[in-house]
Design a protein around this ligand. Structure first.
Ligand SMILES: [Zn+2]
Length: 435
């Protein structure tokens, strides 16, 4: 048998159909990925190297279970069909990755950059939501690392790949994970990967996504003459220290080495810094306190996105919902805009031209951060006048400053300076003006 399957070779699928090889797309330690055709449509086939999988029978059954259960959300490049065992191995079929998605590791290597702050924050939201839904479906991912994501740099859309290690909660496929992403207790060999260890790995992935450096790699890692196995066990397992741990400054980022962390960390609002400080505190890392959940992150990043506005210089920046802010690009002072306080300060949406209002802002029972409900626009005749346009099918009742109620239907605009509150079907948004 040749090392690779040639063009035209037919691999039988478990469902009785077959996949015809078109070409080899890539190769990793575990196997080869081919472009294939099934009944006239193109897919990707991941084919395992012989002997690459521990306990192949269990692995195959787990894949079969995942195929039957289906993807948690459309963000997953999920196994769709299994092949029959051929030549002592097997594989599975998934959708092909569209070209606009780039590898996460390319972002870390500065080969690709996010187009804007909001595309980076959207990517954080999409990754977090993907894992939340995965965990809610009773799975753990087990091997979360920088090789698992493809991201569209223009809008932050995410595809989560390598879902072959995903297993029901409590099951272990014998995978420990990738160094630098594994939870300390997995590094120390005290525990097998599960939902809790996924939470740690998620915090590392999110930190790297936004700050492009590693949260545990600062001064002491740079100063180590040689990263021996013993030191690795110390830095990532027994005694990990977050580079911005407020109680311990022994591992701060080093100028010239960790330039990204030094540049990006101060740009983010305090409440986001605090989330990472909590998630990567010594107590959370050693398991003394519980770890940040996917849901905590999703709420935090939705709130963060509420504070992103486009400065007149053209660059996106964070607004300070509590006071004035300076643009991260041009440094110009941006006075605090009116803020829509939703669900008793659960969210605070900066009402600045270009900002979008989502389902979660108007519905206290929803955390949908994707469905656009409204948009802030400038009045074309008078750019100093801003209005909130309803783009949803839900009629809003706008309470004006003089206390009258005015219905705003789809397509209509309410001038922001005249609004006191907006009554939605099951919640109220109150506008707070700067004093
Ligand atoms: Zn600016």
């Amino acid at each position: 048998m040749a090392e690779y399957y040639p063009k035209g070779y037919k691999i039988p699928l478990a469902n009785g159909s077959y996949a015809e090889i078109i070409q080899k797309l890539g190769e990793g330690g575990q196997g080869v990925v081919y472009r294939v055709a099934i009944g006239g449509k193109e897919y990707a086939l991941k084919w395992y190297h012989k002997g690459a999988v521990q306990n192949p029978k269990k692995f195959y059954q787990n894949l079969e279970n995942n195929v039957n259960k289906g993807a948690p959300t459309k963000a997953f490049l999920w196994p769709l069909y299994l092949t029959q065992p051929v030549d002592g191995s097997f594989g599975y079929i998934m959708e092909l990755r569209p070209k606009n998605y780039r590898e996460f590791s390319d972002f870390l290597l500065a080969k690709v950059h996010f187009q804007s702050l909001s595309s980076a924050v959207n990517a954080a939201l999409n990754i977090t939501n993907g894992f939340r839904e995965l965990h809610r479906n009773g799975f753990s991912y087990q091997d979360l690392n920088d090789g698992n994501f493809f991201i569209d740099p223009t809008n932050g859309d995410v595809l989560i790949c390598d879902n072959d290690n995903v297993a029901p909660y409590g099951e272990s496929l014998g995978i420990a994970g990738k160094a630098r992403y594994m939870a300390p207790e997995v590094v120390r060999n005290l525990k097998r990967p599960d939902v809790m260890t996924d939470r740690f790995s998620l915090a590392v992935v999110l930190f790297r996504l936004l700050f492009l450096d590693h949260p545990l790699e600062g001064k002491r890692v740079v100063e180590a003459p040689c990263l021996t196995e013993e030191l690795e066990l110390k830095y990532y397992g027994k005694d990990p220290i977050f580079i911005y741990d407020p109680t311990d400054d022994s591992n701060r980022p080093v100028r010239g080495v960790h330039s990204n962390a030094i540049k990006f960390w101060p740009l983010y609002p305090q409440f986001i810094q605090n989330k990472f400080i909590t998630a990567l505190s010594k107590d959370a890392m050693t398991g003394k306190t519980t770890r940040m959940t996917d849901n905590d992150w999703q709420l935090a990043f939705t709130r963060l996105r509420d504070t992103i506005i486009t400065c007149p210089c053209g660059s996106e920046t964070f607004i300070n919902v509590a006071g004035d802010a300076n643009c991260v690009n041009c440094g110009k002072k941006i006075p605090k805009p009116p803020v829509l306080n939703c669900h008793n300060h659960k969210y605070g949406l900066a009402l600045f031209p270009g900002v979008k209002m989502y389902r979660c802002h108007i519905d206290k029972d929803s955390d949908d951060f994707t469905q656009v409900i409204g948009e802030v626009e400038r009045n074309p005749k008078n750019p100093a006048m801003w209005g909130l346009r309803n783009v949803s099918d839900i009629v809003w009742n706008v309470e004006t400053l003089d206390g009258t109620l005015k219905p705003i239907a789809k397509g209509q605009i309410a001038p922001i300076t005249a609004i006191k509150a907006i009554h939605f079907p099951n919640s109220i948004g109150i506008i707070e003006y700067s004093k």
